[in-house]
Design a protein around this ligand. Structure first.
Ligand code: MLC
Ligand code: AMP
Length: 496
């Protein structure tokens, strides 16, 4: 039987440790065995899930990986859910993806139980599934089949499901393995959220593909991670710029005696990567001054995997994202619609390659609009300078990048407009030293209404993931508008 390459590769690392958490260690063999039995549990009344969507709500760790593999081995499509999503957000994801099942841990089942009843979805509690002795029969899954739907916010009010096939995922992983020289001897901490590509592909899947060791954390727990860094637990480290800002703050606040071992742990790693948002050149330089490490900055997107990267061997230039990764083709398209041919001329980054996704789930028109002559239009602007690409910003003012999360101003506005005190509002991203951009809202209130930032934030808690909740509020009499009456976001940003 032909198997998915990820599974076949895991067999070649069978006895090696895949996961380590304190004294608890799990081998690749355990991942293989457990995922086969979970797959059988999903195949109760079918031989093949035939691309049925299976959503799951699990923290990073053994259950997450084995459930993901089980769904793939049973022929299904994985829909990882955000651990910080509110009920309305979960309901949207489950409905939009037309998920058939939800798999959750016992500890998290409360978050989805009533939703599953309301939406008539099967809920599987992973802790309740006993492994049988007999090897289950599993279907053959062709690599052209759909494998994953990740929800990404953007220029539409509601998040869109980005569909990737097994072949797309394989190509995204292989590109990074080659470029960054992943080895079975690598050890990496995993603290990024696992409903986004950075944690799923760059950290988790690349490590598992290589036979490396992953050390999962339930979230970015700075003290616990620094303790393990001091113990030289890791060879590779991947994070968003906000995390490097927080690490610098944490290291600088430590007494000299505690700091040295932690810094030495960073200095000794073979690779430290930053991405998902612009890494300020100042942070890059501060990190080098503190640890001696030259951060490798790269650029990617849910729809395409990673596209541009500073070199593993060679000059890593602060403020740039390097060159195309293996298997990725890049062109810049000028605002006049011409392919840019000269250095220093800005253009939209367009991407082609086997890693590029095929479709937004159930959105054929949006999908068609996002490709031009077979190239994916990223909406990000860049220039080529002396052989290195530099990101200049985004075409859309409605996309905000906060701590590596891509947020839609339109989605947040739609929610805030349900607030009884708000008549109109404009959500913008304002520059922020820690988050890169912070969510801010300018609001026009209804007659006689009053609104404080604190009360608005507490009203948002049941409706928006905490990282989407505005950190700043200004109350205005009118929103700034252009001659056509349209709100001008750059002018709204000036209000803060
Ligand atoms: C947390 N908070 C945020 C936030 N994260 N606010 C704005 N933006 C964020 N990203 C808020 C919380 O709501 C909370 O507010 C307070 O900060 C403390 O929360 P926390 O959970 O303790 O924070 P922390 O654990 O330090 O989280 C910061 C972080 C996290 C940077 C570790 O945001 C994170 O994991 N970001 C990575 C996201 C990611 O993986 N993106 C990749 C997308 S894929 P309050 O009010 O409750 O105190 C992609 C493609 C590519 O972009 O190229 O990789
Ligand atoms: P997401 O949609 O969450 O996958 O986020 C992808 C977006 O993150 C890209 O379109 C860019 O706007 C941004 N991004 C990723 N890496 C970088 C980087 N190194 N520098 C600047 N922006 C980045």
């Amino acid at each position: 039987m032909e198997e998915l390459t990820l599974i076949a590769r895991a067999r070649s690392h069978a006895d090696a440790i895949a996961l380590r958490s304190g004294p608890d260690k799990r081998s690749y063999n355990e991942l293989l065995e457990r995922s086969a039995f979970l797959a059988a549990a999903l195949l109760v009344d079918a031989d093949d899930l035939s691309e049925a969507r299976v959503a799951f709500l699990l923290p990073a760790g053994f259950d997450y990986i084995t459930v993901q593999w089980a769904i793939w081995r049973a022929g299904g499509v994985v829909v990882p859910l955000s651990l910080s999503a509110t009920e309305p957000e979960l309901e949207y994801t489950l409905s939009d993806s037309q998920s058939h099942w939800v798999v959750a841990s016992r500890a998290l089942a409360d978050k989805v139980e009533t939703l599953c009843q309301r939406l008539d979805l099967r809920l599987l509690i992973v802790d309740d599934i006993q492994s049988a002795r007999q090897q289950p029969r599993l279907p053959t899954v062709a690599t052209r089949r759909r494998a994953m739907i990740l929800y990404t916010s953007g220029t539409t009010s509601k998040p869109k499901g980005v569909v990737t096939t097994h072949a797309n995922i394989q190509s995204q992983i292989e590109s990074l393995i080659e470029a960054w020289d992943w080895q079975a001897t690598d050890r990496i901490p995993l603290f990024l959220p696992l409903h986004h590509i950075h944690g799923i592909i760059n950290v988790m899947s690349c490590a598992l593909w290589s036979g490396a060791v992953i050390e999962p954390f339930p979230h970015f727990h700075v003290d616990a991670i620094l303790d393990r860094v001091a113990e030289r637990a890791y060879t590779v480290f991947m994070a968003v710029p906000t995390i490097y800002v927080k690490l610098i703050q944490a290291l600088e606040s430590l007494p000299e005696a505690d700091r040295a071992g932690k810094i030495a742990g960073f200095t000794g790693m073979r690779l430290m990567v930053s991405g998902s948002a612009a890494l300020p050149a100042s942070v890059h330089k501060q990190w080098t001054a503190l640890t001696g490490q030259r951060l490798l900055e790269r650029y990617g997107m849910t729809e395409i995997g990673m596209a541009l990267s500073n070199p593993y061997n060679g000059e890593r230039r602060p403020g740039t994202v390097g060159q195309p990764l293996p298997g990725v083709e890049i062109r810049l398209k000028s605002e006049h619609g011409e392919v840019v041919t000269s250095d220093g001329e800005p253009g939209e980054i367009q991407v082609r390659g086997a890693g590029v996704f095929g479709e937004y789930w159930n959105r054929p028109e949006v999908t068609a609009d996002s490709f031009e002559e077979g190239w994916f239009r990223t909406g990000d602007m860049a220039v080529l300078e002396d052989g290195y690409f530099r990101i200049m910003g985004r075409q859309s003012v409605d996309i905000i990048k906060s701590g590596g999360y891509k947020l839609s101003a339109l989605e947040i506005e739609a929610t805030l407009l349900e607030h009884p005190a708000i008549r109109e509002c404009a959500v913008v991203g304002v520059p922020d030293d820690t988050w890169g951009e912070a969510v801010a809202v300018a609001a026009v209130l209804r007659d006689d209404a009053e609104l404080s930032l604190e009360s608005l934030r507490s009203w948002c808690r049941d409706r928006l993931s905490t990282y989407k909740i505005p950190k700043q509020l200004v109350v205005v009499v009118d929103l700034p508008r252009n001659a056509m009456g349209k709100v001008t976001k750059p002018a709204a940003r000036e209000l803060f």
